[in-house]
Design a protein around this ligand. Structure first.
Ligand code: HEM
Length: 443
């Protein structure tokens, strides 16, 4: 029987041949704003000849996450990441993914997380000590460096990170700069040659480390070692290449995302001094400068945790998630046909007036138990995704951001020199434009 339902209505502004592609490249958020204003939460747009359906609103967001790996495919739209970490995580064939996922979850279990918390505090403190007593700092790049240091120590281990950490991240930068969602990844272009050389070098650095860990697993205690041991104990065979790719996948998923959102968390607090005062009061009550705090003290930093959550809502690093439609999807009033792209937009989900009261307002108290706006619907907050593929590193990232906020405001009076930084939208993650902070160590 022919399909009676229409496809989602198209947002205005398409130009011949290219559709909305130019606007998407320049300022994708305006497509979502206009689409929502013209048609409500479900609409479509065109990237050249590719139709894209936006699954907005709680019902469609639920369908997006529950149909992933069924009618919606996650590998295809992220194929451009394959040159970086082919065969790892959501880029792996589904049966392999199902084997890899518990392994990755194991890396973030409680005992390991407690170790990571210590490392995070050491690294944030090193950053703050480097700043001296007063001055100005560009905070976005600073967060990037910090996140690299934390990931280096947590994932590669102290010994390796101190030997090859900087070189590793430089090579990673080359890989990242060559990501290209449009061009075929094997075109003979200098940036792709550089990418392949960088990947070969990284593999050459990591392979002997993996071999050493296979031989003497007891001598190491970091994420790479856990990966090696887990695969030795639980999986029939996993190649060194796959372990390298898993590690790169974790670096990719967790690095720019945390740096961007962490920088925003601090910026938004500085833009909202009334709420910052609540955060400062609880930091003063539950932590002491110069002393490490444990997970019990962290659990008491509720205002800080809500601030970090409000930043996830208002300045999500990952603002759109994508899938390819493999079978027609019924969204109630509309049908999204096979072959289309499906997207959810955090900007739409996190501003739905039926879920959030006064969504344009910075208001972390909306997460307090008496309001709990985020608990009304499982898929209303999607800064870390949802369903089967929900971010495995969410607690790791949230803890890192809470520690940055805590130690910074525990030890410094800070003000924004760049009052209203804009958003720089990237392929890996969004982040604030360059933002200068002025700081003075507290007496
Ligand atoms: C603020 C920081 C972070 C943000 C905003 C973020 C966001 C996300 C989002 C939105 C997804 C789902 C993607 C999709 O469904 O298309 C995801 C998946 C994932 N993230 Fe994160 N992430 C962050 C930090 C981290 C960290 C620190 C790690 C690990 C070190 C990590 C590891 C992963 C992994 C492994 C997946 C794939 C899960 C799967 O497919 O099963 N993320 N992340």
């Amino acid at each position: 029987m022919p399909n009676q339902k229409p496809t989602p209505p198209q947002v205005s502004g398409a130009i011949p041949v290219l559709g909305h592609a130019l606007e998407f490249r320049k300022s994708r958020e305006t497509i979502f704003e206009r689409g929502y204003a013209e048609h409500g939460a479900v609409f479509s747009y065109k990237l050249a000849n590719q139709n894209v359906a936006v699954f907005g609103g709680t019902q469609s967001q639920r369908i997006f996450f529950s149909e992933t790996d069924h009618a919606l495919n996650m590998q295809e739209p992220y194929r451009f990441l394959q040159a970086m970490f082919e065969g790892a995580l959501f880029l792996a064939p589904h049966d392999q993914y199902l084997k890899q996922r518990p392994m990755v979850m194991e890396l973030f279990k409680r005992q390991k997380m407690l170790d990571y918390l210590q490392i995070m505090q050491v690294e944030v403190q090193k950053m703050l000590d480097r700043w001296g007593d007063e001055g100005e700092i560009e905070f976005t790049d600073e967060m990037n460096l910090l996140v690299q240091e934390v990931a280096g120590y947590c994932f590669l281990g102290a010994e390796v990170h101190e030997q090859v950490g900087r070189e590793f991240w430089d090579l990673y930068g080359v890989l990242s700069a060559a990501l290209d969602p449009i061009l075929p990844p094997d075109l003979p272009l200098p940036k792709f040659w550089k990418r392949d050389r960088a990947k070969a070098k990284m593999t050459a650095i990591l392979k002997p480390m993996i071999a050493a860990r296979r031989e003497a697993p007891d001598q190491f205690d970091d994420l790479l070692q856990h990966l090696v041991v887990y695969t030795m104990e639980n999986m029939d065979e996993i190649s060194d290449e796959t372990i390298v790719n898993l590690l790169l996948a974790l670096m990719f998923a967790g690095h720019e995302t945390t740096a961007g959102q962490g920088a925003w968390a601090v910026i938004q607090l500085l833009q909202n001094p009334g709420y910052l005062a609540l955060v400062q009061a609880e930091i003063e009550e539950h932590t002491t400068a110069g002393e490490h705090f444990d997970h019990r003290a962290m659990a008491k930093l509720t205002h800080t945790a809500w601030a970090v959550r409000e930043t996830e809502r208002m300045q999500p690093s990952a603002d759109i998630l994508m899938r390819t439609v493999h079978e027609d999807v019924d969204l109630g009033d509309f049908i999204v046909p096979k072959g289309w792209l499906a997207q959810v937009s955090a900007d739409i989900a996190h501003n739905l007036p039926e879920v959030w009261s006064n969504p344009a307002q910075y208001d972390p108290l909306r997460y307090s138990p008496d309001r709990a706006e985020d608990k009304q619907d499982r898929y209303s907050m999607i800064g870390f995704g949802g369903g089967m593929h929900k971010c495995t590193g969410m607690n790791f990232a949230n803890n890192e951001m809470i520690i940055v906020v805590t130690l910074l405001f525990q030890q410094f009076d800070v003000e924004l020199v760049t009052k209203n930084p804009g958003v720089e939208r990237g392929l890996g993650a969004n982040r604030p434009h360059k933002t200068i902070l002025r700081y003075k160590r507290k007496a």
